[in-house]
Write a protein of this length. Structure first.
Length: 276
């Protein structure tokens, strides 16, 4: 998972940085991202050759067939990666520590068919879910380290301000889970590094801008991605604690999500160009 597929020549110095969007089926993309006349059945094939990762969101709402994961694996380049949003039945519940059956069912639903293209699993919690240290640790204890011999990476998308504490950060670090950095005014936004990789969801694309994001901001995200990859923590991003994570190389996953969604692919492609 240390290589990057882009439309520009491969640059080994940018290995480990993945840039993409959420999903690949979105009608507005058919007149500003996908070539005119491209069959819908070939949209993943095309998108995976312009981007370096995609976050699968459909798995949040319902299970997919193992054959679907295998099909997606075969339609994409060798070094492409899929992140995926885990089932809502595990995260949208009153007692998280009782999610074991839902977690097990999701992990064993066929996601291992992605093989080397299986990236982080995103566990997204409701914006009303407050941080309960004991219950949340009970949930983290349930997250498996592997499935069918494939190591699993877990990212925690916490969406309530009560998680912005050192106690939460310590728990996430102890269980080696990344905390999603969400660039948004609607959800808690903090960039403290807690895992072996970095996961960012960038939610401010602007429909009035050609690439969805201003050039200076794209430059800033490229700088941040390189800093994260080198094991550093970028300056200028909001944080909870002064304590920084150990400096060591990390894989980086950046997704343009929400905002003016029709502009997400353009923003991702422009950022990939800067990294290349």
């Amino acid at each position: 998972m240390a290589s990057t597929t882009t439309t520009a020549p491969h640059d080994p110095h940018n290995a480990g940085i993945r840039v993409g969007v959420g999903g690949w089926t979105f009608e507005p993309w058919r007149n500003n991202f996908y070539p005119e006349g491209l069959a819908q059945s070939r949209e993943l094939e095309y998108a995976s050759r312009q981007l370096t990762a995609i976050e699968i969101n459909g798995t949040f709402y319902g299970s997919q067939k193992p054959s679907s994961f295998a099909k997606w694996r075969d339609e994409t380049p060798d070094d492409f990666v899929f992140s995926m949003k885990a089932t809502r039945y595990a995260t949208n519940r009153k007692v998280l520590a009782e999610a074991g059956e839902s977690i097990d069912r999701f992990v064993k639903s066929g996601i291992s068919e992605l093989r080397s293209k299986l990236g982080p699993i995103l566990w997204q919690f409701a914006s009303t879910k407050k941080f309960d240290p004991a219950d949340f640790e009970g949930f983290l204890k349930l997250l498996p380290g592997e499935v069918d011999g494939l190591p699993l990476k877990h990212a925690l998308d916490v969406r309530h301000a009560s998680f912005m504490t050192s106690e939460y950060l310590d728990l996430a670090r102890h269980y080696r889970c990344a905390t999603v950095f969400t660039d948004s005014d609607d959800y808690p936004s903090f960039a403290d590094v807690t895992g072996e990789f970095v996961y960012a969801r960038l939610m401010r694309t602007d429909a009035t801008l050609k690439a969805g994001v201003a050039p200076k901001q794209l430059d800033a995200w490229a700088d941040a991605a390189r800093a994260w990859r080198a094991g550093k923590e970028p300056t200028g991003l909001p944080r909870v604690a002064d304590k920084q994570a150990p400096i060591k190389p990390r894989d980086v996953y950046l997704y343009f999500i929400s905002g003016a969604k029709e502009k997400a692919p353009a923003a991702a492609v422009e950022l990939i160009k800067r990294l290349a």
